[in-house]
Design a binder for this molecule. Structure first.
Ligand SMILES: [Fe+2]
Length: 393
């Protein structure tokens, strides 16, 4: 067995109702907290009120920063940081999906480190210890509650670019992972975020930086998501199934915190910024084609992955195993009501070439990807994902 390192400093509290601990947990870290939330759901579901009440009961002053958009931009982080500094916040709480949690991490960095924020994009660029972050996910997908990543939109680039911070100092101190908070999610968000979690698990498993512990987490996440995501789609109020997918999303987050993601995520960013696809949909249309590319010439974990997907592997050739894996992935995507590809020729060849050239600059994702790629390979994968598998389809 090869050597590996595993680092995960986040204390995780998992279970129905654990969000009620927010006041008690925050009080251990500071006297006032910036509560970062998304557009409106935390207010609509009265979660925000519950969090405020819990903070006040524990003697913590809540300061609200509401309305963080999907794929938050630099301006939003600046505004949040200004409020945090003016009000003397000592803790940043990210309450919501990936966007508010990632925004909370970025505000935590900028509260103790000099602007501009773009100086910290990349790996290990943060100098001063950020303010402590408490993460409370309300979707089962991003895994941000247990990662060292924050993805933001760099609006200073033309066109705007999704960029990532990766720094061990931004692992949340505490993650309150409460399945009841996901009960009100509509089917579309459940599917979008669910496939993101599945993609994290699969990408982690295939990543060149994967290791025994991340593999254990990723394979368990794959098994649970395959079993429970379709169940949740059939009954959105199934709290048992909701619990398992939130748990699986947590496992997948822990896995990518060690292994990183591969080209599915690497190729997805421009589909969100330029084509307006949600993060989950972008991953859904890339998953089959990128997985096929990576597995088609064989992969050391192809058999174990097939088993994990509950396929009968006995006597199968590599080609048959790859077919089984890809069919299983496509079936899951269909069960979730997501597209396997866009089948739209409206997306011009020139734009695809531009996307692909940018992917070739993302050295971290290229290094993680199990099969080396050329510009031509990336263009062909984009064409299949965006135009459909059969040329002219
Ligand atoms: Fe993701």
């Amino acid at each position: 067995m090869r050597e590996f390192e595993f680092y995960l400093p986040t204390r995780v509290l998992f279970g129905r109702g654990v969000v009620e601990n927010i006041g008690k947990e925050t009080a251990k870290l500071g006297k006032s907290a910036l509560v970062v939330t998304g557009q409106s759901s935390a207010r609509k579901t009265e979660l925000l009120e519950r969090v405020k009440d819990s903070l006040k009961e524990s003697g913590v002053k809540p300061v609200l920063f509401e309305g963080v958009e999907a794929n938050p931009c630099l301006e939003t982080i600046k505004r949040g940081t200004k409020i945090a500094k003016e009000k003397g916040c000592e803790v940043i709480i990210g309450l919501g999906g990936g966007s508010p949690m990632d925004a909370a991490k970025a505000i935590a960095i900028l509260s103790t480190n000099p602007a501009p924020l773009i100086n910290y994009f990349g790996r290990n660029k943060v100098k001063e210890v950020p303010l402590p972050v408490i993460a409370v996910p309300t979707t089962a997908g991003t895994g941000s509650e247990v990662t060292l990543y924050a993805v933001l939109t760099n609006t200073e680039k033309v066109p705007p670019l999704k960029e990532t911070f990766a720094d061990p100092s931004i692992f949340p101190r505490v993650a309150l992972v409460d399945p009841e908070l996901t009960l009100s999610l509509p089917a579309s968000v459940t599917a979008d975020t669910g496939i993101d979690a599945f993609s994290h698990a699969l990408e982690s498993y295939l990543s060149n930086r994967s290791q025994p512990l991340s593999d254990a987490l990723a394979s368990e996440a794959i098994t649970l998501l395959l079993k429970y995501l379709p169940k949740v789609m059939r009954n959105l109020k199934d709290i048992n199934a909701r619990s398992y997918i939130l748990y699986a999303s947590l496992l997948a987050g822990m896995a990518i915190a060690q292994s990183g993601t591969i080209l599915v995520h690497g190729m997805s960013y421009r589909l969100t910024t330029d084509l307006g696809l949600s993060h989950g949909k972008a991953c859904a249309i890339l998953l089959p084609v990128v997985s096929e590319f990576n597995l088609s010439q064989g992969h050391p974990k192809l058999t174990s992955l097939s088993k994990c997907l509950e396929e009968n592997t006995e006597g199968s050739t590599t080609k048959e195993l790859v077919e089984k894996v890809i069919t299983r992935i496509k079936n899951l995507i269909t069960e979730l009501g997501l597209p396997q590809n866009l089948k739209t020729r409206k997306i011009k060849k020139e734009l695809i070439a531009e996307f692909a050239q940018e992917v070739m600059q993302n050295k971290a994702k290229l290094a993680n990807n199990p099969r080396s790629v050329t510009l031509k390979d990336v263009i062909e994968m984009y064409e299949k994902a965006l135009w459909g598998y059969e040329k002219g389809e």
